[in-house]
Design a protein around this ligand. Structure first.
Ligand code: AMP
Length: 308
């Protein structure tokens, strides 16, 4: 079982969907990744930064999920990163209403000493230089480094992004971002071009249409579980990444075959994330519920066919 370092935002989110609206609630990529990874009983540490306004209750919540928070810096006289977004009726697209970087503007990640030899690293969506700094601090080369990013960094930090992409084994991005990164409409061609940038494995998330895993000429596809209602998609991508990496850290097996299972775990956990606002569903999720839904997934995708 490998140790996992997670870097990303720990944030306040205020979300509006066609179903309702929240005030500031617990969010951030590292929060979603950590809550998902906490289902695998591994040693995981979150590296992030918050302000003095960040409630102790939220820190306790993460700690109670066995997430090591010693790498979360608290700037007493600073404010926590705040993001606010409004979803359109189709729930697939959203407008960002507010991004207040606050303490994140001067974030200098510090990997805890006892995690510098971690075998697994999950670089959540942040400035590529911050992501690279985490890799620089590792005293031994991780067995697997996974990176998530977004179009914003393609627009404003292209060279830095290319430099960090080169150094990771897996990239998880959504379909639009894969197209922007490569200028290719076909996701198969896009994945090939991303391989050439460095990552041996490319995961392309397609929201309600599932996820694709590419490795050289091999492709694996996992659908998203058809849900009656998507309440709030915030953090689903991060939850997927946390489930994917958490499962690999637990099993220690980074073969393509095992990554298929990791994709299924990621999709399963993400299917819970969207059921309530922000991270609320992930905070209360039990392992029994996860097991039941994995079974549903299996039934959804398994069939017997006679090949002549
Ligand atoms: P996702 O729905 O996967 O895009 O993730 C949503 C989470 O990302 C929210 O909890 C936000 O706090 C966080 N977030 C939003 N914008 C940014 C940003 N520019 N950099 C880092 N994290 C962000």
């Amino acid at each position: 079982m490998g140790k996992l370092v997670i870097v990303g935002t720990v944030a306040f989110d205020a979300i509006e969907t066609p179903f309702g609206k929240t005030d500031k609630i617990l969010g951030g990529a590292a929060t979603f990744i950590g809550l998902a990874a906490s289902h695998f009983g591994i040693d995981a540490a979150a590296v992030s930064i918050v302000g003095g306004d960040f409630p102790q209750d939220y820190l306790d919540l993460l700690e109670n999920k066995n997430i090591d928070i010693s790498g979360i810096e608290i700037v007493k006289n600073g404010k926590t990163f705040f993001w606010s977004g409004r979803y359109h009726n189709d729930m697939n697209s959203r407008d960002t209403l507010v991004t207040e970087l606050n303490t994140l503007a001067d974030f200098n990640p510090k990997v805890p000493e006892n995690y510098k030899d971690a075998e697994f690293v999950m670089l959540g969506n942040l400035h590529p230089l911050v992501q690279a700094s985490v890799l620089d601090q590792m005293t031994t080369k991780p067995k697997l480094a996974v990176l998530d990013t977004m179009n914003y960094w393609m627009d404003c930090a292209w060279d830095d992004l290319m430099n960090v992409i080169k150094r990771v084994d897996v990239i998880t991005i959504n379909d639009e971002e894969a197209r922007q990164l490569t200028g290719e409409y076909s996701l198969v061609v896009a994945a090939r071009k991303i391989h050439a940038m460095g990552p041996k494995y490319v995961v392309i998330k397609k929201g309600e249409h599932g996820a694709l895993l590419f490795h050289n000429n091999d492709v694996f596809y996992a659908p998203a579980l058809p849900l009656e209602e998507v309440f709030d998609p915030t953090g689903a991508g991060d939850t997927f990444a946390g489930g994917f990496t958490g499962y690999l850290a637990k099993t220690g097996d980074i073969s393509f075959e095992n990554m298929k299972n990791a994709v299924i775990y990621g999709s399963t956990l993400a299917s819970f994330c969207v059921e309530k606002f922000g991270s609320e569903r992930m905070q209360e999720l039990s392992s029994d519920e996860v097991q039941k839904r994995l079974m549903q997934f299996k039934n959804l995708t398994q069939f017997e066919i006679e090949l002549s």
